[in-house]
Design a protein around this ligand. Structure first.
Ligand SMILES: [Zn+2]
Length: 105
């Protein structure tokens, strides 16, 4: 199974974005039970792919991630939204309204 941020087909034919723990492969369904971790960057223009790890199975506490920088998944997602232009509360309200409408189709 693909891990991290994935798209997965659903029984109704839709495709849904999901997050799967990159260590144990379990789907993350509670934003409060996951961390985003990455190797510290040495230069301002460097970039890296973060690992999204669950707390439920203690994947975030595994020794291979001991020296990684980290942030809560909730904060990562908010920063991500802000960095792609969703900055106002109304942007989030509009997106949530559209998601609720899509759920009713
Ligand atoms: Zn895990």
């Amino acid at each position: 199974m693909t891990r991290g941020i994935v798209l997965q087909g659903q029984e109704n034919g839709d495709t849904a974005p999901l997050i799967v723990c990159e260590s144990c492969g379990e789907r993350i369904q509670d934003v409060q039970l996951a961390w985003v971790m990455w190797r510290n960057l040495q230069q301002p223009d460097q970039s890296t792919k973060p690992a999204i790890l669950c707390k439920k199975n203690h994947c975030n506490a595994k020794p291979e991630y001991a020296d990684f920088a980290s942030m809560e998944l909730r904060d990562f997602l908010i920063d991500l939204c802000r960095n792609v232009g969703m900055r106002q509360e109304k942007d989030f309200h509009e997106a949530l309204e559209m998601a609720h409408l899509a759920d009713q189709l």
